[in-house]
Design a protein around this ligand. Structure first.
Ligand code: LRH
Ligand code: MN
Length: 429
């Protein structure tokens, strides 16, 4: 394995920080032990936690108006894997990459898997793309893909998803994430019922191609690119489709795919209750599908989602194995810094959720002691768990201060010397 940064460099950077970290960790340990919590047990859980990074998040993202590339950003999957390896080497929380096809298309996927392994990385869910037309594509997705009224277009979309499964098998993945932008911009443009019928018929063909241990993760989204109706627009449509498709079909919750103020943690609890919680695309938003950094706008919501996940793990239904992945668009920051900061925010919310005194919470809930039930969550949320997350990271070879160590590595400046500049343009990648 050849990691991108020298471990001596990280150790030197840590040497200046470790004493303060040990002090903070010891103090927090004393504080938590006063409430009967063993900090080492929490740290061990945190050490076992990880979240996948999106290959498409390694480059600058954009909107329909513009994208502003930065010097040294990755131009292909090989450079994206290098940057993802930097994120994992410093954070020790992101050992898997979720690829997107055809954006990450190469000729030799076995070689790509070995390349990732040599960087300490594996592959998480593969993502299909039937929301863009590719050069030379026979049938356009402009009027839909898996739900298109044109049989040949549906078959083309089915074939693409099956190709993604075959690629994923070579990469060692076991999940296919299917998000379709299919929908309408005008009332009457499509029959709302028949659109879902066509989607289900086509999705069933993709389902039939899934290897035994694979899952198909259906990703719902309220709107965009369609602005009147979307075929899989909400968790209701998604869970009904997943139930129609049967056991290997699960629902993926992208936090940004809901109307403002929707209670996403309740959606998580519901999907788990019916054994259909398949995974997450973590990000944050204030208005629409803003794809902002996780925990940057509403960290309390992210905590409440993890509170439901810790509860769900204690009460497994049809198993509990959600795929944790980040899905963000880094329009104004260095993508590596955003994913370091996001992985930290996500892991901190998991750690805080582990601190909830569930006995006290459940007792207060049963007694309808509203304030004490709320305080059971709030007390945990208010704990600064940064020393626990940092300790787990350092013990795994990561950095105490991931952003300062990343900047001191001058990685981006070095890559700006090596990599081709990315052209101006618009859109997510
Ligand atoms: C759709 C989405 C989906 C990806 C894409 C990059 O908004 O969340 O998960 O395929 O972003
Ligand atoms: Mn997503």
């Amino acid at each position: 394995m050849t990691l991108p940064l020298s471990s001596e460099f990280i150790a030197e950077a840590n040497a200046r920080e470790i004493e303060a970290l040990d002090e903070d960790y010891a103090a927090l340990g004393r504080k938590l032990s006063r409430t009967g919590i063993d900090i080492e047990a929490i740290k061990d859980r945190v050490s076992g936690f990880s979240v996948a990074v999106p290959s498409w998040g390694a480059g600058r993202g954009g909107t329909r108006f513009a994208k502003f590339p930065i010097p040294g950003e990755p131009t292909n999957i090989h450079e994206k894997l290098e940057d993802c390896a930097v994120i994992n080497q410093l954070s020790r929380m992101t050992p898997r990459v979720s690829p997107h096809f055809p954006w990450d298309k190469v000729s030799d996927y076995v070689a790509l898997r070995e390349e990732a392994e040599s960087l300490g990385l594996g592959f998480d869910a593969v993502n299909s793309n039937t929301f863009q037309d590719q050069p030379g594509q026979a049938y356009s997705y402009s009027t839909g893909s898996l739900s298109s009224t044109v049989d040949a277009t549906r078959q083309q979309a089915v074939a693409h998803n099956i190709e993604c499964i075959e690629i994923g098998e070579k990469l060692g993945s076991r999940d296919l994430t299917v998000w379709v932008g299919d929908g309408t911009n005008f009332p009457g443009q499509q029959d709302l019922a028949r659109s879902l019928d066509r989607y289900l018929e086509a999705a069933a063909q993709v389902y039939a191609a899934l290897p035994d241990n694979w899952r198909m993760l259906l990703e719902h989204k309220m709107f965009e690119p369609a602005f009147y109706s979307t075929v899989i627009s909400d968790w209701g449509s998604s869970i009904l489709a997943a139930q129609e498709l049967r056991p290997k079909a699960k629902c993926l919750v992208d936090l940004g795919h809901h109307a403002p103020n929707v209670n996403i943690e309740q959606i998580v609890a519901r999907l788990h209750l019916f054994g259909k919680l398949g995974g997450f695309h973590f990000n944050d938003s204030k208005y629409g599908d803003d794809d902002l950094d996780s925990g940057s706008i509403n960290p309390h919501q992210l905590f409440l989602v993890f509170n439901e996940l810790v509860e769900a793990e204690l009460h497994p239904r049809d198993g509990f194995d959600p795929a944790y992945m980040i899905d963000q668009s880094h329009n104004v920051t260095d993508p590596i810094e955003s994913m370091l900061s996001s992985a930290e925010a996500i892991t901190q919310c998991f750690a805080k959720a582990l601190l909830v005194d569930r006995e006290a919470l459940h007792a207060a809930q049963d007694a309808n002691d509203t304030m004490m039930a709320f305080q059971a969550l709030r007390r945990a949320y208010n704990v600064d768990v940064a020393p626990i997350v940092a300790k787990a990271r350092v013990e795994a070879g990561g950095a105490v201060d991931v952003l300062a160590t990343y900047r001191a590595s001058r990685w981006r400046e070095r890559k700006a010397q090596e990599r081709n500049p990315v052209g101006l343009g618009a859109g997510i990648v």
